[in-house]
Ligand binder design. Sequence first.
Ligand code: HEM
Ligand code: NAG
Ligand code: NAG
Ligand code: NAG
Ligand code: NAG
Ligand code: NAG
Length: 332
Amino acid sequence: MKMCKIFLSHHALLIIFSLILCSSITVRSQLTTDFYQNTCPNLLQVVRQQVKIALVNEMRMAASLLRLHFHDCFVNGCDASVLLDGSDGEKFSGPNKNSARGFEVVDTIKSAVESECSGVVSCADILAIVARDAVLLSGGPSWKVLLGRRDGLVANQSGSNSNLPSPFETLDVIIPKFNAVGLNITDVVSLSGAHTIGLAKCATFSQRLFNFSNTGAPDSTLDTNMLSDLQNLCPTTSDGNNTAPLDRNSTDLFDNHYFKNLLNGKGLLQSDEILYTSNLSVTTTKPLVESYSSDSSLFFKAFANSMINMGNISPLTGSAGEIRKNCRVVNS
Ligand code: HEM
Ligand SMILES: *[C@@H]1O[C@H](CO)[C@@H](O)[C@H](O)[C@H]1NC(C)=O
Ligand SMILES: *[C@@H]1O[C@H](CO)[C@@H](O)[C@H](O)[C@H]1NC(C)=O
Ligand SMILES: *[C@@H]1O[C@H](CO)[C@@H](O)[C@H](O)[C@H]1NC(C)=O
Ligand SMILES: *[C@@H]1O[C@H](CO)[C@@H](O)[C@H](O)[C@H]1NC(C)=O
Ligand SMILES: *[C@@H]1O[C@H](CO)[C@@H](O)[C@H](O)[C@H]1NC(C)=O
């Protein structure tokens, strides 16, 4: 705050400048990259090693772990609320039920961290480090993870239902959901690029395949070869649990192929494809999709920046919340 006062002056431009500077200092200064330097110096190596083991066992786990950090941060901030067990927890919200996965892997990583330095590292910070490592080990960018989050005391199932975007929503609904947690249109597009890895169930895209929006025909923006593959995978009689790659032909690799797909009508979810095809996209998301599809390093830089933005959503710091011993339950 002292720094801010130095810049205050009667000159309007300087005041505006110091407001921008001060607000960015306030946001950024809550978390730091060296938070555990003295209390858990080997933290990053321990987590990296555990993520490696998990991916050797199942490559898709990179995607599942990355998604957990997203589903955590959009609900009550990045406070590990998504990890809390209980029928009233976020695990049973619409977006997570029979869908969010990787909880056992997080338990294993937390145990390894507890063995290294007991009672010090929050589950929320573990999710943030794990997400970075999952991306890096899938061939994506790296970034310095900001740390110092503490774990929340409550899950919020209704918050999970209302704050997380749905694959059936249009851009005029999805963009405000990102805005509501302080993220902008650049973040919407770059973070959607997380769909360069992982799988989705038929139930999340089959509305596009046969009678889209009661037109009596499939979604006309969907590539016809991909359409017939997906119709075979997801017949109207199926239970919706079959899965398809979010990024066809580059399923486990973190690259910019997801954006190339959008240009070719090969986005899997409706919420993916509309970033390029909807009327609203023309002045908002489409130019970014085009840029990222043709410039992988631009996408990587934007993704890393947006992951830091997402990781900064309303962290609990200082003496708020707690350091959970077991990520599934609040301390007794
Ligand atoms: C833009 C709004 C978004 C929507 C509507 C959306 C929706 C979805 C849906 C429906 C699935 C498939 C779930 C299933 O079938 O079980 C999924 C998977 C996934 N999402 Fe998103 N998502 C969005 C943004 C994000 C963001 C911001 C990230 C991370 C930064 C992310 C990461 C992932 C990953 C990695 C998967 C694959 C998970 C796995 O294979 O286990 N998504 N998403
Ligand atoms: C749950 O999330 C909603 C939407 O973000 C918020 O308004 C509400 O205060 C939260 N409730 C709790 C108990 O955290
Ligand atoms: C979104 O915020 C980033 C900073 O994180 C900024 O570089 C970018 O220009 C903003 N995008 C839009 C569309 O305002
Ligand atoms: C598509 O769905 C609408 C509404 O349910 C229905 O009236 C129409 O007959 C369906 N069209 C086809 C070709 O199944
Ligand atoms: C999909 O599988 C889950 C178990 O993983 C099951 O509970 C659910 O009922 C299945 N979905 C449908 C639509 O049958
Ligand atoms: C791309 O992936 C689809 C399904 O995942 C597969 O049917 C097709 O043969 C693949 N095409 C190439 C060129 O690898």
